[in-house]
Ligand binder design. Structure first.
Ligand code: PA5
Length: 433
């Protein structure tokens, strides 16, 4: 039973009443292009069936994850863009906020490298790993991306020096193309355990493949539940070709309408800081998928109420070119009462009988009302809590919506020609042959 709900009451006044009837053909056409696999980039639609196809690979992923976790205080995930953001989005959404400082954690801490080229970051990480038992999951579909390649060269050498070559080879797992690329060549030569990223699964749509599932399993989370949530969302989105019953069709169509009416930026908001990296994942998914041919909604992100004290002013009164989508989490996992204070100098006793989560949700309602009044359409994706199943639902929902959004813009949502531009300049300036 799907637990994710989509609500656009907060955008109703910015939309025509007959939006779904007048644009029914357009959204149905996009849905058909996607589900019948006839649209642009249709050789990159392997992600659509991952919730089903991954079931066969799950036992191997879980075995390898268990082996890595068993010998590691830290699992280092090396990758960039789609080769790391999905895993980080899920792990950080599920783990306790201060996992890093927990002394009794049963599962390893996941650290990340290869997503930047900061020398100081790599230096500091190397120092930490001198002191920790660790293993490495290196992920690169192309096997040639500079950032992870540099990080892997450094930590491969570090790992071999620390454990000896034979033991290091057991502690390194590669996820890459089945045949091409330097990483594949290296993995074969060194005999690493390897998982394949299929040709028809692009980086940013790969979180439900071993790319996301192996690090998530190594972090101690149940990947079968993630896949189950995604499978249920898939069933819903495939089974209902009419926008009225299909959350992704509604979301994609409303986003597209708002974009065409001048709302060029979507602010993805959560009131839970543990969703920070989920929003980073969303930004990459939509930014790389839609932003091309001089078109596309600019995907931005905020954590409220934190950012109400920074960007909140702009959202309320700045340029009116944005709409807001809130991932609203109804329940907290824990309860922490606000203490009663006899003196009440801070005048907070009026909140004493309330749950902090309730106060957080009230801030959300008050903000929504204010932003709508300020001319910011508000969309809401509501979930009861954050769990593996729900993250699976949300991942599939956003991926499906993103692909529909690309087709509504008449672009290919599965390529990323623009990311080559900086690389060309960088390689020329570095003197690469
Ligand atoms: O979504 C994408 O395709 C990109 O963000 C890639 O995931 C990213 O550039 C990393 O590429 P690779 O996995 O080939 O190292």
């Amino acid at each position: 039973m799907i637990q994710t709900r989509f609500n656009y009451d907060g955008a109703a006044q910015f939309l025509p009443n007959d939006l779904f009837s007048t644009r029914n053909d357009q959204i149905q056409n996009a849905w058909r292009q996607l589900t019948e696999q006839t649209g642009k980039g249709n050789d990159f639609l392997g992600w659509l069936s991952l919730p089903d196809t991954m079931a066969a690979e799950t036992p191997k992923i879980q075995d390898v994850a268990k082996r890595l976790a068993g010998c590691s205080e830290v699992v280092l995930v090396i990758g960039i863009g789609g080769s790391y953001l999905g895993a980080r989005a899920v792990i950080e959404a599920l783990q306790p906020h201060f996992k890093m400082l927990e002394k009794t954690g049963k599962s390893p801490i996941i650290l990340y490298a290869g997503n930047n080229m900061s020398e100081d970051y790599l230096f500091d990480l190397k120092n930490i790993l001198d002191e920790k038992e660790y293993s490495i999951i290196v992920i690169s579909k192309s096997g040639t991306t500079t950032e992870p390649a540099i990080a892997f060269r450094i930590f491969k050498e570090h790992c071999e020096k620390k454990y000896g070559k034979a033991e290091a080879c057991k502690r390194i797992v590669a996820i890459t193309d089945k045949a091409r690329g330097a990483l594949k060549q290296l993995a074969t030569q060194e005999g690493y355990d390897t998982f394949v990223i299929e040709d028809n699964v692009g980086g940013r749509y790969s979180v439900l493949s071993p790319v996301g599932l192996l690090p998530i399993a190594a972090a101690g989370y149940d990947i079968t539940r993630i896949l189950e949530g995604a499978r249920q969302m898939k069933e819903l989105l495939y089974g209902h070709p009419k926008p009225k019953e299909n959350l992704a069709m509604q979301y994609a169509l409303i986003r597209n309408y708002l974009y065409n009416s001048g709302k060029k930026m979507e602010l993805m908001v959560a009131y839970e800081p543990r969703l920070y990296y989920f929003i980073e994942w969303y930004k990459q998914l939509f930014g790389e998928s839609e932003g091309k041919e001089n078109k596309g909604i600019f995907p931005a992100g905020c954590i409220f109420s934190t950012d109400l004290h920074s960007l909140g002013q702009y959202v309320q009164e700045g340029e009116r070119m944005l709409f807001e989508t809130v991932i609203s989490v109804e329940g907290s996992h824990h309860t922490l009462p606000i203490p009663f204070d006899e003196q009440n100098i801070d005048k907070l006793n009026y909140l004493q009988s309330k749950k902090i989560q309730q106060i957080n949700l009230t801030a959300e309602t008050g903000t929504r009302m204010a932003h709508i009044d300020g001319g910011v359409p508000n969309l809401r994706i509501t979930v009861p809590t954050i769990s593996e199943e729900i993250l699976g639902e949300l991942i599939y929902f956003f991926e499906f919506s993103c692909a529909l959004g690309g087709y509504l813009l008449d672009i290919n949502p599965f390529d990323q020609p623009g990311v080559e531009a900086y690389k060309k300049n960088m390689f020329r300036l570095l003197g690469k042959e």
